[in-house]
Design a protein around this ligand. Structure first.
Ligand SMILES: NC(=O)c1ccc[n+]([C@@H]2O[C@H](COP(=O)([O-])OP(=O)(O)OC[C@H]3O[C@@H](n4cnc5c(N)ncnc54)[C@H](O)[C@@H]3O)[C@@H](O)[C@H]2O)c1
Length: 271
């Protein structure tokens, strides 16, 4: 295990309180980063900051709402005042509103765009602004979703906003490149987090797993491994990219293996 890759680095994880965010905070700490654990839920955020402090050099909780710029700015400030700098920022906050397109209201639309896009605008602008001011480079990782790669019935604006996250990653990479700041993304497929635990019900899981070449849902730690790779110098020549971590589900556009039958009986040329 490549521990120590992030020795001396300071990271901020927005949405660190549980699921993929918690796994990211712990993964960064394992490789030696001090971590500001930003979350709107005090109980969750404090618990994760304590776990982070156990596995790495330091963890501190910052209570902030990612839609409230002042509180995000304070959290970014905490990275400086507590640990002296900000080198890495990861934004995992995001939610999907599930409704048919014709039932989607103006309020649903605003909520969906706010929690997936406006908050990323605020978090990235505050973190990248701080990195540019400090002038020592950095790395930013945004979380999108495989939903942004294709159709997502009844989650139209979840898919559209996640596609926008991937687009933003590309543009920010170009604007931040001259400052030595890399901007990348991770697009998870279905991942076992507390929020999506309802998908683990057996029948659903069987049906779902058949659509994933690796045959199962992902783990938060598997998303965090990709995030940590992108955040570290192991990805020093990567920017503007989104890594898809989905057990292969997004490449399976054609038939599934279990639908193909016995290859031996398929005729070929003169057979
Ligand atoms: N779990 C999946 O199957 C899956 C699949 C694809 C993409 N994703 C994406 O991964 C990300 C994380 O998913 P998850 O399932 O781990 O999420 P989660 O809901 O389990 O965790 C989100 C964390 O963010 C915090 N949070 C929510 N709103 C906040 C706010 N306004 N301010 C500050 N903190 C806030 C929550 O308290 C929580 O700790 C999301 O962007 C999601 O769209 C998840």
């Amino acid at each position: 295990m490549a521990t120590g890759q992030l020795d001396g680095k300071v990271a901020l994880v927005a949405g660190a309180g549980r699921g993929i965010g918690r796994a990211c905070a712990l993964a960064l700490a394992e490789w030696g980063a001090s971590v500001v654990c930003l979350d709107s839920d005090t109980e969750r955020g404090e618990a994760v900051a304590a776990e982070v402090a156990e596995v790495g050099p330091g963890g501190v909780f910052a209570r902030a709402d990612v839609l409230d710029r002042a509180s995000v700015r304070d959290a970014v400030g905490l990275a400086g005042s507590h640990f002296g700098a900000l080198d890495i920022a990861v934004d995992i906050v995001g939610l999907g509103r599930f409704k048919s397109y014709l039932d989607f209201s103006d309020e649903d639309f605003d909520d969906q765009v706010d929690i997936n896009l406006r908050q990323l605008f605020i978090v990235s602008q505050e973190c990248l602004g701080e990195m540019v001011r400090a002038g020592r480079g950095g790395s930013f990782v945004a979380i999108s979703s495989t939903a942004g790669l294709g159709a997502m019935p009844h989650m139209a604006f979840y898919a559209a906003t996640k596609a926008a996250v991937m687009s933003l990653v590309r543009t920010l990479a170009v604007e931040m490149g001259p400052h030595g700041i890399r901007v990348n993304g991770v697009a998870p497929g279905s991942t076992r987090t507390p929020r999506t635990a309802f998908l683990d019900e057996e029948a659903r899981l069987r049906e779902f797993s058949a659509r994933v070449p690796l045959g199962r849902r992902g783990l938060p730690e598997e998303q965090a491994a990709a995030v940590r790779f992108l955040a570290s110098d192991q990805a020093s020549y990567m920017t503007g990219q989104t890594l898809v971590v989905d057990g292969g589900s997004s490449v399976q556009a054609g038939r599934r293996l279990d639908e193909m039958g016995d290859v031996a009986v398929v005729p070929w040329r003169g057979d």
